[in-house]
Design a protein around this ligand. Structure first.
Ligand code: UD2
Ligand code: MN
Length: 321
């Protein structure tokens, strides 16, 4: 009897050791480590401020392969990004992010491009240990497209949501090819689309400032945002460049070997025709900067949707008349 009890106890101890080693100490995947970190933080009621700062250059970043032929569904991207929360928001779990980044995308009727952008960008931004939210600012049908005004709406609406301190204004059709191209703000406004495949990875022209630009909140306020007056294709990016210069700031660009990016080729969209009115506005930027921009912005939010991969703000921005 005694012997059997001893054996039983012995077996139990061995079983417990076995379970401890194989269940508790088993190696974890990076995702499990993230999840455990979150549980640990919740359990100990630690807030994010008590974590150490993320490194300037996060580990294991490098070139990525982009296949623009693939048709990727929203569901597929959702399933691959379990740590992205409703509204397209994510935070690094292992450290405190260096910046709070809002990504603003002007949008109308480009769903295939948006799917591609989200598929590549969510893993990219999480690997860069960004704390970020993705805002898709959709102009309602009817009027001529106004990319710049949508950017201003994105900045204003995102700022109401959270204390973002860095704003990255990005076209929906540009996908970076290297994770070392950090989606972050710098000392000066940063032009990030300086090495596109469609321009043979060269700066298109000396003062180019289209595609993707990054501004801290202060930098964007200093130039009073974009002008709201650019209806139709073109000019708004050059006017913003002139505002930055007129406000006494320099323009930064990343190393073109690292900021290589793919631009999805497409036809000009209906409702975004070039008007030819923008040229004289571009030249007046230094004056326009004070008279028109964030300080004169008027719009009406028609709908706001917290999609799993982004926050969509559908907006009526009026028309050129
Ligand atoms: C160039 C610039 C772009 C902008 C534009 C003139 C680069 C790399 N790109 O791009 O930043 O200055 O010229 O306005 O320098 N969009 C929609 N639906 C539409 C129309 C536009 O979603 O119907 C959005 C979308 O995010 C698109 C962006 O606006 O990527 C720019 O429009 P585009 O792609 O037609 O302009 P593109 O490629 O000539
Ligand atoms: Mn484009």
């Amino acid at each position: 009897m005694l012997w059997t009890r001893k054996t039983f106890l012995y077996c139990m101890v061995v079983l417990c050791v076995f379970l401890f080693v194989f269940l508790y100490l088993k190696p974890s995947s990076p995702q499990e480590i993230w999840l455990n970190r979150k549980r640990f933080r919740n359990f100990h009621k630690l807030n994010a401020n008590e974590l150490i700062l993320c490194p300037e250059m996060p580990p294991n970043l490098g070139p990525i392969v982009i296949n623009l032929e693939e048709d990727i569904s929203f569901l597929h991207t959702i399933s691959e990004n379990p740590y992205v929360q409703f509204g397209g928001r994510a935070i690094p779990q292992l450290c405190k992010a260096l910046q709070k980044i809002a990504i603003i995308i002007p949008y109308r009727n480009r769903e295939p491009h948006l799917k591609t952008w989200l598929h590549y960008m969510h893993p990219f931004l999480q690997k860069q240990q960004g704390e970020y939210g993705v805002y898709v600012v959709e102009q309602i049908e009817m009027s001529t497209f106004n990319r710049a005004k949508l950017m201003n709406v994105g900045f204003t609406e995102a700022s109401k949501d959270y204390d973002y301190n860095c704003f990255i204004f990005s076209d929906v059709d540009i996908i970076p090819m290297d994770e070392r191209n950090l989606y972050r703000c710098s000392q000066n406004p940063k032009h990030m689309a300086n090495s596109l495949d469609k321009h043979n990875f060269r700066l298109f022209y000396e003062t180019a400032f289209g595609g993707i630009v990054a501004f801290t909140k202060e930098q964007f306020l200093k130039v009073n945002g974009f002008s709201n007056l650019f209806w139709g294709w073109g000019g708004e990016d050059d006017e913003l460049y002139n505002r930055v210069v007129a406000a006494g700031m320099k323009i930064e660009r990343p190393n073109p070997n690292i900021s290589r990016a793919k631009a999805i080729l497409h036809q000009r969209d209906p409702g975004n025709e070039k008007t030819g009115k923008s040229f004289h506005l571009v030249k007046k930027a230094a004056q326009l900067m004070h008279e028109d921009g964030l300080n004169t912005l008027e719009y009406e939010v028609v709908a706001r949707t917290e999609h799993r991969l982004f926050t969509k703000i559908t907006v009526n921005i009026g028309s050129s008349q």
